[in-house]
Write a protein that binds this ligand. Structure first.
Ligand code: MN
Ligand code: MN
Length: 318
């Protein structure tokens, strides 16, 4: 097996070199690879601020800080998994339907080979073509969706594709096992009272930020695990799940969110789900002082890599 791993930071300083994610090799191969980092630099679906197209580059740059051992999961991920940075998927600025087509086509070729994709957005509209590609390989999957927003509006400005609509479309297109899917962390003002009902009417379980405060994080983890069960899962993490005090660099921030520590802990607690893909979306570097948000996104990706490694190490020892 090839073992693609980051450049050793003890031998080569972390500020040096071309900025791939964690200084992984930049290769367009899936041979000998367990996971691929893939940028999706599109903000064609953003409804308010734009600039999420710069997200992948910002996350990659600051990811050089990450080190090779995860002490909380007690795992050195690259002892167990081989990973590369594939680069970015093709997008067409300003043309979301063409962007969708190109994302789906190229991502389909990658996921067809059994590797696990970890995608760096981009605004949240990119998750729809990702799920289309995932469905071709795996069939409909459960969605674990961390977000301040439900993203299930029917249309924006009379148009179907936008970062407020992907999960409405995903249900309509039968991309999801809705009965196993869950939206977590919703909060903030909404357009009207009936918008509360949309995701529930579509079949999602919804746990708002306010409910999470009441039930606590331990109970939240239980509810997510119960909902998902053994189903194949796509984990989509909108960085605005986290409070803007910790993640200011995003397009539609909502106050009253979670801390970066809480977010990382939740991901670790969900390490035993049957993941087939991950994305982290809505990082907007031009609103991100001191790279706070990009740094959090890079650490979230590191937890994703760690749980892929955790799962693989368990499979081998079983
Ligand atoms: Mn979102
Ligand atoms: Mn959001």
């Amino acid at each position: 097996m090839n073992n693609y791993k980051p450049t050793d930071p003890i031998k080569s300083p972390r500020f040096s070199g071309i900025k791939t994610f964690m200084r992984l090799p930049h290769l367009k191969t899936t041979e000998g690879v367990d996971f691929v980092i893939i940028g999706v630099p599109s903000d064609a679906g953003a409804s308010f601020r734009t600039g999420q197209r710069e997200g992948p580059a910002a996350i990659r740059k600051v990811s050089a800080l990450l080190r090779g051992h995860n002490p909380i999961l007690n795992i050195s991920p690259f002892d167990h998994v081989s990973g590369i940075d594939y680069g970015d998927l093709p997008v067409v600025p300003g043309y979301i339907e063409d962007t969708y087509k190109r994302i789906e086509e190229e991502l389909s070729l990658i996921v067809d080979t059994d590797v696990i994709p970890i995608l760096l957005g981009g605004d949240h509209a990119v998750t729809l073509p990702e799920l289309r590609a995932i469905k071709k390989k795996h069939g409909p999957v459960a969605l674990v969706h961390f977000d301040a927003h439900s993203d299930t509006i029917d249309d924006y400005f009379g148009k179907p594709y936008n970062h407020g609509t992907p999960f409405k479309r995903a249900v309509e297109e039968n991309l999801l096992l809705v009965d196993n899917s869950i939206q977590v962390g919703l909060r903030g003002s909404i357009y009207s009272e009936d918008h509360l009902k949309i995701p529930k009417d579509l079949g999602f379980e919804v746990i708002t930020a306010d409910e999470i405060r009441k039930i606590g994080l331990v109970e939240l983890v239980k509810r997510i695990k119960n909902r998902v069960g053994d189903a194949k899962v796509f984990f989509t993490f909108d960085i605005d799940f986290v409070d803007p005090a910790y993640a200011p660099g995003t397009g539609t921030p909502e106050v009253g969110g979670f801390t970066s520590g809480e977010a990382l802990n939740l991901i670790r607690e969900l390490k035993d789900l049957n993941y087939v893909g991950f994305d982290i979306v809505e990082v907007l570097p031009s609103f991100d002082p001191a790279e706070i948000t990009a740094l959090l996104a890079a650490n979230i990706v590191y937890e994703f890599i760690s749980i892929i490694a955790h799962k693989k190490s368990k499979e081998i020892s079983e």
